[in-house]
Write a protein that binds this ligand. Sequence first.
Ligand code: E4P
Length: 215
Amino acid sequence: MRIFIDTANTADIRRAAAMGVVAGVTTNPSLLAKEGVEYKGRVLEIAEVVDGPISAECISMSADDLVAEGRRIAAWHPNVVVKVPMTEAGLNAISRLSAEGIKVNTTLIFSANQALLAALAGATYVSPFIGRLDDAGEDGMEVVRDAVQIFETYHLPCQVLAASIRSPRHVTLAALAGAHVATLPPDVLFQMVKHPLTDLGIQRFLADAAKYTPV
Ligand code: E4P
């Protein structure tokens, strides 16, 4: 499973990228709003830090407007993946954009059927929103598991990108469910590094290392 970072904050992206484990970046209008910056400029800054897929989201609602916006966003940088919402117009736009070779990440996926439709329309990624499903009393990970199984059964060349991740446990479960990618808020990624026994072990080794002459 590849790890993407789910933020538009360049300091966090630089810190995460320095760990050598980040293969891509996902953004959305809410993440951009937190930064208060211009979308295209920020995506180009991110592209200088991470050499991998960078999802940037369309905000149009009609199919024709989504296609026009998707083409415009895709032209920003070769690594840009266009995010299109899961609607009837979105499916129409996904099929047209992907026919032109533009990579699409279908966002706001909340069921396996939605994932199937997006894959059939030609999406490169589907993003099931695990945390928001869990918040609504459903099992978000079930959508990831089902979508992975459906894509494998029918050899659909679409990747399941586990999104709306809230905890390190979600990451483990997404990996076990066979997600191709998980996009993590920076705090979740940084928490994954830590374990109290690792910290204690380092303290003990350093204390013992002070008792002999280092090489
Ligand atoms: C990423 O592609 C999604 O937009 C993001 O993971 C949504 O996360 P949230 O449910 O925490 O807003």
